[in-house]
Design a protein around this ligand. Structure first.
Ligand SMILES: [Zn+2]
Ligand SMILES: [Zn+2]
Length: 87
């Protein structure tokens, strides 16, 4: 099992209070995975390669789901659909 930061999905070797990669405090549990998730994507803010599952960029330390939420709001506005709630 590999232990990974729940935010940036980088490997965490020791159980510490704070991720050494993205500087987030571990408020959520460390993720345990039995594979090497090698899939990567580009950070929307700085363009560096980060893990696909990552919520926080380890380089610029910004939360990527901020963008998702913003994009959601925009698409709702653009659609003009009412009463359709997606979870
Ligand atoms: Zn991290
Ligand atoms: Zn970044």
């Amino acid at each position: 099992m590999i232990e990974k930061c729940p935010y940036c999905f980088e490997e965490v070797k020791e159980r510490t209070q704070k991720c050494p990669h993205c500087d987030q405090y571990f408020l959520d549990d460390i993720v345990e995975v039995d594979y090497h998730g090698a899939e990567k994507k580009r950070c929307l803010f700085c363009g560096k390669m980060i893990f696909h599952e990552a919520k926080v960029c380890k380089f610029c330390k910004r939360w990527l789901d901020e963008v998702d939420r913003a994009a959601d709001d925009i698409s709702k506005l653009e659609d003009g659909n009412e009463g359709e709630i997606k979870f």
